[in-house]
Design a protein around this ligand. Structure first.
Ligand SMILES: *Cc1c(COP(=O)(O)O)cnc(C)c1O
Length: 372
């Protein structure tokens, strides 16, 4: 029997290569960290918080352990509690919805727009009840959600808005940067995100002094030496602060590289089979955390690419209402037609700043040959 192993010619991401290029600066940061022994928070983290807030043009940045904690802490700061309802999209990573449940509130899922994969504002309007407290739009895959109508309806109903920016560092909507629209916004710096640490890390940003003060206390045991409230332990490591701080000045260049990769896919995949390439809505800029195509032959295409050493991912295999974790809500596919259809058609192709033209051409040619 012969076993055929297919070498990975195009990985989904290449964090090894990404960090090789930063090796001298990273070594210097590691040496400094060991010398100063500021392992949890410390001056590097303080400096990163200042740099990141300045880059976004928001008043406060409060770092924390990860992007999931950032959502939970922000909702607690906004006073979310048992009996409340919080609206979010049916198509996102589970962190967005599981944190709603953690606060004691009820998750209310909404369908997505068919082309941008982001929450449909008309669907949000239909789900508002007297118990609704807020909305969490997600700037999914790197494209901003339709913030104009969302902010308008939130204002009309007296709801708060938290932007989940985990996939969209520096994306823009009508000229404004994501993270600057809602009452607060949350970021993840998980290693594979557009701005990634060497482990878990996250942050909240807000223009509201009251929220910033409460989040700072809550994330750090209610205040060091003066426990004004009971909190949690969600802090950024000194190492992550140092790494994020040295990476931040490179982010625009990495985003530009991602956009170039996306543009080459857009052109190379145009007119092949039933492939639909990502559409960027008018007035928005995309930062391509993920490059997600759709095709009715998704599973066969994915297998074909796998046999040719090309890694792809499903973001995500199902819309959230259809996972066992949410069976208790009793939802039906007809309630979320776009999100439901997406789960059978979406496919994330390799995209990262370091992917070579040759690798990308190979992906494009492989997709072309599959459909021939
Ligand atoms: C990654 C991600 C999160 C959670 O971030 P972690 O740092 O992994 O906890 C939340 N929301 C979305 C949309 C994400 O992609």
């Amino acid at each position: 029997m012969t076993i055929v192993t297919v070498p990975t010619t195009v990985p989904f991401n290449d964090l090894n290569l990404h960090h090789q290029r930063l090796q001298p600066a990273l070594n210097e940061a590691f040496a400094r960290l060991l010398r100063d022994s500021s392992f949890v928070r410390g001056p590097e983290v303080d400096a990163f918080e200042r740099d990141f807030a300045a880059r976004l043009g928001v008043k406060h940045c409060i770092s924390c352990g990860n992007g999931t904690d950032a959502l939970y802490i922000t909702m607690r700061a906004l006073g979310v509690r048992q009996g409340d309802e919080v609206i979010t999209t049916a198509h996102t990573w589970i962190a967005t919805s599981e944190t709603i449940t953690q606060t004691g509130a009820r998750v209310v899922f909404c369908d997505t727009d068919a082309y941008t994969f982001t929450i449909d504002p008309a669907a949000v309007e239909a789900k508002v009840t007297p118990r609704t407290r807020g909305i969490i739009p997600v700037h999914l895959y790197g494209q901003p959600a339709d913030m104009g109508p969302i902010l308008e309806l939130a204002g009309r109903h007296g709801l708060w808005v938290i932007e989940d920016c985990a996939q969209a560092h520096m994306a823009t909507y009508r000229g404004g940067i994501v993270g600057s629209f809602g009452d607060a916004a949350t970021f993840s710096f998980y290693p594979g995100k557009n701005l990634g640490a060497l482990g878990d890390a996250g942050a909240m940003v807000t223009g509201r002094d009251d929220l910033a003060e409460w989040m700072t206390l809550f994330a750090r045991h209610g205040g060091k030496g003066d426990h004004q409230i009971e909190g949690i332990n969600s802090r950024m490591d000194g190492l992550q602060g140092a790494v994020l701080r040295l990476k931040l000045p490179h982010l625009d260049q990495w985003t530009a590289a991602r956009r170039l990769v996306a543009a080459r896919y857009d052109v190379g995949l145009a007119g092949i089979g039933d492939v639909v390439t990502p559409r960027v809505a008018e007035g928005r800029t995309h930062v391509y955390h993920l490059y997600v195509i759709r095709t009715a032959r998704r599973d066969a295409l994915r297998q074909y690419l796998r046999e040719r050493g090309i890694e792809t991912v499903l973001n995500y295999p199902r819309a959230l209402p259809f996972y066992p974790a949410y069976a208790y809500l009793g939802h039906q596919p007809e309630e979320f037609p776009n999100a439901y259809r997406s789960q059978y058609e979406i496919l994330s192709l390799p995209i990262y700043p370091e992917i070579t033209d040759a690798q990308q051409n190979y992906v494009i040619e492989s997709i072309r040959s599959f459909f021939q």
